[in-house]
Design a protein around this ligand. Structure first.
Ligand SMILES: [Zn+2]
Length: 128
């Protein structure tokens, strides 16, 4: 399943910065997935709605954001789960409540409920 990108960055400075060729660059913008191709750029993205295109339309070797839990570079958690319509659902778990763009960093788990999934398992054992 390919990643659907809802925003792409058209900041001219970012476009001139050199292509990252799909190595990172995924950003959560308004709860949807955005992609900025610029290398080592600041957060001043200029988002343009794509209407939802597979990321392969934008870059050749595309990063994927599939089901699982990711961390942002700011430390918040992003839970990515499939929805009933087949679209990818992105939930941001940010205790600071800060709004704005979140840079997707490392994947922590294939489980979209991580780390809550493990704690509910322990609760089940307790109830026995
Ligand atoms: Zn950008």
């Amino acid at each position: 399943m390919s990643t659907i990108v809802h925003y792409e960055c058209r900041n001219l400075d970012h476009l001139r910065a050199g292509s990252r060729r799909g190595n990172g660059g995924l950003v959560i913008h308004h709860g949807s997935v955005g992609y900025c191709d610029g290398l080592h750029v600041d957060g001043a993205h200029r988002w343009v709605a794509t209407g939802g295109v597979p990321i392969e339309f934008l870059v050749e070797s595309a990063p994927t954001i599939d089901t699982g839990t990711y961390r942002t570079s700011e430390g918040a958690l992003i839970h990515v789960r499939p929805s009933q319509t087949g679209k990818t659902l992105v939930e941001v778990d940010d205790p600071s409540g800060k709004r704005g763009d979140l840079r997707v960093a490392v994947k922590l788990s294939d489980d979209p409920d991580w780390p809550d999934g493990s704690s509910s398992h322990m609760t089940l054992l307790h109830a026995d």
